[in-house]
Design a binder for this molecule. Structure first.
Ligand code: H2U
Ligand code: ZN
Length: 351
């Protein structure tokens, strides 16, 4: 055992250039606590009170069509709007009271007409349709001359602030590049300038050799617990081929991505035999008209659970005031996820 598996140490995240504190000695046995099962009662395939189900009325009064696969609509309560007055202010003159207008677009993506499904419970062809829609939306919204970044994400589960169990995600597109992709943009560009190659292509080569942090993979995508993971079961989904954005993936690659999502979310659900909560989102090249060869398409999964369906990791105290910290090592988390069944627990026949 190297000291890194036993003693406190910090690890560097080359994408954000932040550090994470790892304290493996705090969990002598990672599964010492009782693993509780939360029985989720089966929900209806159609809920007459759901604002996302086909044919139902939304809070805005608008009625959803009787959609039969993936359905996109403009968010009725958008955080960003396309028509805002352009302004920039700094009453202090020292950038102490700086503000500027921000134009944008917010859409909601219903993954399926079925109220009772999640990505883990959808088929690979159904998830492929979702990937196609994400790619189409990214290209369509990104081609607007004033949109420079398109953020695709999903909040899954009440614990992550999701307002409705109907399977859905969101798209927020901005005039400016938001903080997280901007940090990654700067890091990937600096890496390319320094080493003449792509940060995530090089990282994935190392992970493929080491294998210990890979959770699932197919020919074109890998899902792994990154060396610098902050959340206990955080996962990075990386394209094996260099690709800057979803729009540049061909149909084979989109299906491979859907397959990885299916494999990963199935294992996530199997971990605590619960519908596993997370926030997930893609990071891809800005849509500012530049080529961005430094950008490597990937998705982050940030699940909050730690030891059971009812025990979550809190990012408080030290995390809020100093920096992120984790107990179980990324290697143990990856091994745990990798060793879970690829068959969803709800499909397993009773012994
Ligand atoms: P969550 O992904 O966090 O559950 O958010 C769902 C979004 O759906 C939320 O942004 C929007 C909310 O504004 N929404 C509508 O656009 N129409 C509705 O009728 C209700 C919710
Ligand atoms: Zn519904």
């Amino acid at each position: 055992m190297t000291p890194l598996t036993r003693e406190p140490h910090r690890r560097f995240n080359p994408l954000t250039r932040d550090w994470v504190l790892v304290s493996p000695q705090r969990t002598e046995r990672p599964w010492g606590g009782k693993l509780e099962k939360v029985l989720t009662s089966p929900t209806l395939a159609f809920d007459p009170n759901c604002y996302l189900c086909p044919g139902n009325q939304r809070a805005s009064g608008e009625r959803n069509p009787n959609y039969s696969s993936t359905f996109v609509f403009s968010n009725d309560f958008p955080a960003l709007m396309p028509d805002v007055h352009t302004s920039k202010q700094d009453d202090s003159g020292h950038e102490l009271l700086l503000s500027e207008s921000e134009a944008g677009i917010c859409r909601v993506v219903c993954f399926s007409p079925r109220h009772d499904l999640t990505l883990a419970r959808m088929t690979v062809p159904e998830i492929t349709r979702v990937v196609d829609v994400w790619a189409e939306q990214h290209t369509e919204i990104g081609s607007l001359p004033w949109v420079n970044y398109v953020q695709i994400f999903e909040n899954r589960g009440e614990i992550m602030g999701c307002s409705n169990p109907h399977p859905h995600g969101q798209i927020w597109a901005n005039q400016t590049i938001p903080n997280e992709p901007r940090k990654e943009q700067e890091s990937q560009l600096a890496y390319r300038e320094k080493y003449g190659s792509c940060l995530l292509c090089n990282y994935l080569e190392l992970e493929a050799k080491a294998a210990e942090r890979i959770v699932v993979q197919n020919n074109l995508f890998a899902a792994l617990v990154p060396f610098w993971a902050v959340w206990p079961f955080e996962v990075l989904v990386v394209s094996k081929q260099h690709a800057t954005d979803l729009g540049s993936l061909d149909s084979v690659a989109r299906e491979s991505l859907a397959d990885i999502f299916k494999q990963l979310t199935t294992r996530y659900d199997n971990l605590f035999e619960t519908s596993f909560p997370y926030s997930m989102g893609f990071h891809q090249a800005p849509t500012d008209g530049e080529m961005h060869p430094e950008w490597h398409l990937h998705a982050h999964f940030y699940p909050p659970l730690l030891r059971s369906a009812t025990i979550r990791k809190f990012m408080v105290g030290y995390e809020m005031l100093a920096g992120p910290q984790r107990d179980i090592t990324p290697e143990i988390a990856a091994t745990t996820l990798r060793n879970l069944s690829g068959t969803h627990y709800a499909d397993r026949k009773p012994a």
